[in-house]
Design a protein around this ligand. Structure first.
Ligand code: PEP
Ligand code: MN
Length: 266
């Protein structure tokens, strides 16, 4: 059976609009912010840097999928309220993760783009609920998912009537633990062969190392990704999650100056 997500069904690239940001028209869109929303001050500093760099979308986790139940789980609704305030103050769209089907109505009230985390890529009840909800979805690739499994996960959302899905490669499990994950840069053009949906790269989770984020971000642009998800933090060494892979705000600004954000076609 032909999938709705496949190139066979639709040969032209899908365009997904998130507020003022447009994915899939040949442009390069950056979403950035802290791994976790920690405090008003931390988030506002990030939002100011993101807006000043010209990126249209602020990311930040309020509901955090953590490996251990004893690690910080996110501020929950208070985090969502802070995101909304930061988005309003700096004119940014909001990207944040929704972990469960039950949380979809709450998170959708605050988010412009609903993130499905890597560990939830095959949470089919969540995918169906997001399909019914109709807001744009950022679907991360599972840490051990094949491209076909990822494509079928997107299909669950499309099949419920929501065409606005953006795919995000964030690295897969490998044998070498020098990097947190193996950045499967080939997955970007490979998925573009299989699907008309926009594909972006998350070089932060893909590498786990701040120093590797800028080169992989530029690699994403070079292979034709529709954009990036990048983690940044005012004081990464103090971050409550993912500090080692978070850029300082200065590093983020410097990275943005090297990216082709305003180039429409290579
Ligand atoms: C995140 O974006 O902070 C996150 C938890 O990502 P992933 O689901 O890719 O691990
Ligand atoms: Mn993170």
């Amino acid at each position: 059976m032909k999938l709705l997500a496949s190139r066979e069904t639709q040969s032209a690239d899908s365009i997904v609009r998130v507020g003022e940001a447009v994915f899939g028209d040949g442009g390069f869109v950056v979403m950035a912010g802290p791994c976790s929303v920690e405090s008003e001050e931390q988030l506002m500093l990030c939002a100011e840097a993101v807006a000043a760099s010209g990126a249209p979308l602020l990311r930040g986790g309020a509901f955090k999928p953590r490996t251990s139940p004893y690690e910080f789980q996110g501020l929950g609704e208070e985090g969502l309220r802070l995101l909304a305030r930061a988005g309003e103050r700096y004119g940014l769209g909001i990207v944040t993760e929704v972990m469960t089907e039950a949380d979809v109505p709450l998170v959708a009230d605050y988010a412009d783009l609903l993130q499905v985390g890597a560990r939830n890529m095959q949470n089919f009840a969540l995918l169906k609920a997001l399909g019914r909800r109709g807001k744009p979805v950022l679907l991360k690739r599972g840490p051990a998912a094949t491209l076909k499994e990822w494509l079928h996960a997107a299909e669950y959302i499309l099949a419920e009537g929501n065409p606005d899905v953006i795919l995000c490669e964030r690295g897969i499990r490998g044998f070498d633990n020098y990097t947190r994950n193996v950045c499967d840069i080939a997955a970007v053009p490979a998925m573009q062969e299989l699907t008309h949906l926009p594909v972006i790269l998350d070089p932060s989770h893909a590498t786990g190392r701040r120093s590797l984020v800028p080169p992989l971000a530029r690699a994403a642009a070079a292979v034709g990704a529709a954009g990036l998800l990048v983690e940044c933090h005012p004081t990464p060494e103090m971050a409550w999650s993912d500090g080692a892979q978070s850029l300082t705000l200065e590093e983020f600004r410097a990275l943005m100056n090297t990216l082709p954000c305003r180039i429409l076609k290579w």
